[in-house]
Design a protein around this ligand. Sequence first.
Ligand SMILES: NC(=O)c1ccc[n+]([C@@H]2O[C@H](COP(=O)([O-])OP(=O)(O)OC[C@H]3O[C@@H](n4cnc5c(N)ncnc54)[C@H](O)[C@@H]3O)[C@@H](O)[C@H]2O)c1
Ligand SMILES: O=c1ccn([C@@H]2O[C@H](COP(=O)(O)OP(=O)(O)O[C@H]3O[C@H](CO)[C@@H](O)[C@H](O)[C@H]3O)[C@@H](O)[C@H]2O)c(=O)[nH]1
Length: 446
Amino acid sequence: MKITVIGTGYVGLVSGTCFAEMGNKVTCIDVDETKISKLKEGIIPIYEPGLEVMVAKNFERKTLNFSTKLSEHLDNCDIAFIAVGTPMGDDGSADLKYVLQVAKEIGQHMSTPLIVVDKSTVPVGTADKVRATINSELEKRGADIDFDVVSNPEFLKEGDAISDFMKPDRVVIGADREDTAETMRTLYSPFFRSGSARLIVMDVRSAEMTKYVANAMLATKISFMNEIANICELVGADVNDVRIGIGSDSRIGYSFIYPGAGYGGSCFPKDVKALHRTAKEYGFNAELIGSVEAVNDRQKLVIAKKVINRFGEDLSGKTFAIWGLSFKPDTDDMREAPAIYIIKELVSRGAKIKAYDPKAMHEAQECYLKGVENITYCNSKYEAIVDADAMILLTDWKEFRIPDFEELKTQLKEPVVFDGRNQYSDKMMKKHGFEYFQIGKQPLKG
Ligand SMILES: NC(=O)c1ccc[n+]([C@@H]2O[C@H](COP(=O)([O-])OP(=O)(O)OC[C@H]3O[C@@H](n4cnc5c(N)ncnc54)[C@H](O)[C@@H]3O)[C@@H](O)[C@H]2O)c1
Ligand SMILES: O=c1ccn([C@@H]2O[C@H](COP(=O)(O)OP(=O)(O)O[C@H]3O[C@H](CO)[C@@H](O)[C@H](O)[C@H]3O)[C@@H](O)[C@H]2O)c(=O)[nH]1
């Protein structure tokens, strides 16, 4: 099929590349000229394992192309995917300005029948707005061209994006017309080896809702466990054991019940807020969803509180080594990363920070921690710990899992570790003589 993907970010680039991998002819469009010219030179703007090789292969065999000109890539196109950002608006709702701008451009330039697919995460009712916007542009130029609007939310995770897309748990398609649904089934059939039981077709509004419900459910699991972790700590229980104890019940399961320094990223925080806001617009106070968000906001500062309890309210003269800045491992993405909040809190109390992340240093320096004083960016995790008063682990990158503990102990002024992702254990830390603070368990005194 001939496919145009509009918005070449995490979702657009991964989706476009994976569709190309399956033999479709794909053009990825973006308004960001620098991004597009870099992609044409084989430079990938994001860090996502496996993506660079797949982009290069498909670009070379001409199944994948990049452009800034949407108007040149709608003729005889079968499907146009909208994959632009839907950031949080001032009132917490999803800001649809990029989506509707794309819809407007599609209406202005389409010349042949087209299926327009919303892949961006958008509130219920957005497909109707996209349809109305396209119709209005067609009317303005007196054009009568058949088109349909489909919702096909994306469930990929950053860091695992290629495998999530190539081997999806499910693909959700919201289509109100059977011929459109059939085209979408054909597009996705190569991604499912044995039939299409996991290719779920429903009405458009239910598909739009499904995306928010999936993210809200996952975020709820995390906030629930973080709440439990805080209680465990107070009553003298170990949340790590409790997690295993409950996860073994197949009705609960092990995934997404890891307590930590709070969830971040470009999706959970904004999508939970947007769902809460949608409910409010319909006059309903979604209390549980509101609490999920509030618990997470509080959780982001739990590690900072532990540092303050240990070192005092005034942290001037103290230096802390931070291991991990990205919101999760295997990505350079720092959107809503707990590290931003924790570092700002410590710096505001006079602390100095020595930070290291395998991939997110540039994002931190140039964007998310830009202008924050007293941060030194280090070239390695070991450089960061030299003369620091304590090490604080905030992202569970594999390279932090089994560090050289003796080196860590020697370089730190005092052997103190705060673990925001429960990567180590009391047993391990006791062996090496550390004072060890983790989430959901009373501290191990040195
Ligand atoms: N990042 C994820 O892991 C993920 C996963 C599932 C769903 N989503 C959803 O997918 C959507 C996109 O997210 P993302 O993380 O890929 O965003 P992103 O910010 O990485 O990329 C969006 C891209 O769209 C481009 N753009 C904006 N306006 C445009 C226009 N008029 N024409 C062409 N390009 C335009 C931007 O320049 C940018 O490159 C969001 O709704 C998000 O919630 C994201
Ligand atoms: O048990 C867990 C699991 C995750 N997290 C945190 O939750 C956040 C989000 O993690 P993850 O879901 O792996 O990353 P995302 O790339 O944000 O992916 C989520 O958001 C995407 C955008 O909507 C969806 O497509 C995915 O299905 C959904 O998992 C991160 O800060 C993690 O550290 C925890 O604290 N505990």
